[in-house]
Write a protein that binds this ligand. Sequence first.
Ligand code: ZN
Length: 192
Amino acid sequence: MRLTDDRYSGERSQFELALRMIRHEARTHTIKECTGLSDDRIRKLYSTYFLNGGNTGVKRRRGKSPRQVTRYVKNAQNQMQATSLVALFVAGLLIRIDEDGRVHARWPRPDVEFGHRLCRAYETYVLLHDDPRLNFEWVWNLLYCISCNDELYLAACDSCEAHYVQDSYALDDKTCPACATDKLDAPAAADP
Ligand SMILES: [Zn+2]
């Protein structure tokens, strides 16, 4: 009895996650990685709940996740949004940041709990920003890239000491996106 119950709740959790991820327009491959469900079951869930269920407006994405780190740093707005996501990853215990600002994955292998935590981070991110620039797949990719400490890293701002997402191959002027935006918005000094 117990075993059956556990298996049932495990399956329910897989399905709940798949539906949550489909709603965020995650790619089939990404859903598969977290839920362990087959392509066929994901397709069926999608057609049952989103095609026949009248939930139009949700697109099913195929193919690979995007992989271009410049997306996260191309302007102060994107950089600030990416940085807020890193904070949400930390809050969701998906990563931790050590004293040197290096990122460590706390959840090395995608599973159902990992998927739910990533969904929660993404949902909070969407609530925080009026104009979210990163879709679910970009968020998934950011978590991966920032955990590698390779193409992206956490730089520290000279003015306010905050950490921010930076491209490892770009020149860094040690100014976080918030301070950079403040500088732009500040009225020009009055002429003497
Ligand atoms: Zn700053």
